[in-house]
Design a protein. Sequence first.
Length: 240
Amino acid sequence: MAEPAAFEIVNAEGTAPYVLTCEHASNYIPASYECLGLPESELQRHIAYDIGAAGISRLLSKALDAPLVLSGYSRLLVDCNRPRHSPTLMPVVSETTEIPGNRNLSRNEIDARLNAYYWPFQNAVSAVLDQRKARGQATILLAMHSFTPVFKGFVRPWHAGLLFRKSERLGELLVQRLNAPHRLVEANQPYQISDDGDYTIPVHGEARGIEAVLFEVRQDLIASPEGQKAWASLIAQALD
């Protein structure tokens, strides 16, 4: 069985003013890594990928007519939304779970993973953005993620969050449009964008001078196809 590509580009010529990325789309780890020493069941958890994020990203790409770049491998091998100096680029511990296969990695192994899985994804995102700039297409970057309902014992009350730094006007507008009496959506929850902890928004967005926000949707709401359709519709309407 052939290994998947390090990235997949969907609807590369999309005409919308949006480009979507999904950095944690896949939980795939090559057999040679022996699940990084984890039971197979652990790869079905958030530590391995963002549950529901790929599904909602594909639906949004179609609804908006927007290009989408998805990662092809698990964030446990290398996290495509981390800068190279981040301690969670190839985590030894994810949440509270130890990752045996990431202990004491050699420089050669780190470089091999970067070259095989990390840089191809980053270069693909850059290429899509470069092509749009060359064509004179306006671009807003939307990174698609999901988060766990409970984190280290804390029950998270949010249904979704919008993460942003420089794109305050866009981020706050989307929060207003998505929020509702029965739906709690807040700015910069459950995480915040930082240069030490994020790559897509700081590098592909802010460094290029383009608007960029990161969507976080709670995983239990988009674990099913029905939930993904519902939230893709909500987000598409908010972006209209």
